[in-house]
Design a protein around this ligand. Structure first.
Ligand code: ATP
Length: 357
């Protein structure tokens, strides 16, 4: 599934909104692919173009190399699970699941067999004859998934399908969705604005902002090697430091930080390190030191936030910027640190990345 040079403009003249601007993306077969970005960045618009509910202003959506523009939604081998599930409340679970197959005019025996198969897949066999108005939110979610999967689509589009669920159920359904994708071998295109959800579920993630795709990569690529400030910031806590490039060798650059130390930094996709650069360091890739080593950045603890599994130390560096260090709470580690203490921050090996912008 490919989008090639896809733009979508709503309205015209002064009121025109460019919801997508020249988007290129190739989504592989049998992939759990996530569109991640803040509200209004164009995620739903891209899904709607793939589903055929709307048309691109420019560009093409292709499936197996063919432009699918001439195909109306019901003729595309694509199905959608909506945020609000859009189930028929007066119908039973089984009737909901079989609905799409009936519309396609499939024989009753085939529909019944497929309903049973789908009920088993989503582990809802015992609720087969219950009306969907009489089942829980999590169960409705499973029925919506079963209904969308029943006609064997090649691609399943999921628009924030877990956002209506409470925290615990949401976590369970994340694992469930991953299992369903794996067992069915269908390409899932999943939309979310929740970075943790994207990191834990996806094979690859496209990070979107203002109608553009900024970076596409595995969760590890996106988290460890963000290309741009926006991507780094959107995915988890981040430290930014400024510095000057001293030398570049292969995929590494040696940076003299304005904060006073030198680091060896990886070079993010598209970055061309020279002169002044920004580097990014994740809070767990740095260590706090009671007695600063020679390579450490010097600072003072401003705040300590305890999270049970780990502790966040908010440090004001002597050179000005703030820096967060996250440390695991193993065997009471870190208990000696108090607010106001002078400390060192050591940036770990391979921890820093030079950003594109
Ligand atoms: P959310 O997470 O809030 O659903 P999103 O990333 O899915 O956001 P879209 O719904 O794709 O964002 O919207 C992208 C932009 O296009 C927004 O600025 C939105 O206001 C605008 N937009 C979407 N649909 C229409 C429409 N039918 N008419 C006019 N503008 C629209």
């Amino acid at each position: 599934m490919e989008a090639i040079g896809v733009s979508k403009v709503f309205g015209n003249g002064d009121d025109a909104v460019r919801a997508l601007d020249n988007v290129d993306v190739t989504i592989r077969e049998n992939e759990f692919f996530t569109l991640l970005g803040p509200s209004g960045c164009g995620k739903t618009t891209l899904l709607r173009l793939i589903a055929g509910f709307d048309f691109p202003t420019e560009g093409e959506i292709r499936l197996y190399g063919e432009d699918i523009a001439p195909l109306p939604p019901f003729k595309r081998p694509v199905n959608t699970v909506f945020q609000n599930y859009a189930l028929f409340p007066h119908m039973t679970v089984a009737q909901n699941i079989g609905f799409g197959l009936e519309m396609l005019g499939k024989p009753k025996a085939e529909i019944d067999a497929r309903i049973s198969e789908m009920l088993k897949l989503v582990r809802m066999e015992e609720l087969r004859n219950r009306r969907t108005s009489q089942i829980s939110g999590g169960q409705q979610q499973r029925v919506a998934l079963a209904r969308a999967l029943a006609p064997r689509p090649k691609v399943l589009l999921l628009d924030e399908p877990l956002s209506a669920l409470d925290f615990k159920l949401r976590k369970d359904m994340q694992i469930e969705l991953k299992r369903l994708q794996h067992e069915t071998g269908i390409t899932f295109i999943f939309v979310t604005h929740d970075q943790e959800e994207a990191l834990t579920m996806s094979d690859r993630i496209a990070v979107m902002s203002k109608g553009h795709i900024l970076q596409i990569g595995s969760p590890r690529d996106i988290y460890d090697r963000p290309a741009e400030r926006f991507v780094a910031n959107f995915i988890g806590d981040t430290n930014f430091l400024e510095g000057q490039v001293k030398e570049v060798h292969g995929s590494k650059a040696r940076i003299a930080l304005n904060a006073g130390a030198e680091v060896e930094a990886g070079i993010s996709e598209g970055a061309n390190p020279q002169g002044n650069v920004t580097i990014v360091v994740r809070p767990e890739h740095a260590a706090i030191q009671a007695r600063p080593g020679a390579d450490a950045l010097k600072g003072t603890i401003e705040n300590i936030v305890y999270f049970g599994t780990d502790t966040h130390f908010h440090i004001k560096l002597a050179s000005g910027p703030h820096f967060i260090v996250r440390q695991q709470n193993r065997h009471g580690a870190g208990e000696e640190f108090k607010t106001g203490m002078p400390v060192g921050v050591e940036i770990g090996q391979n921890a820093a990345q030079v950003l594109k912008d």
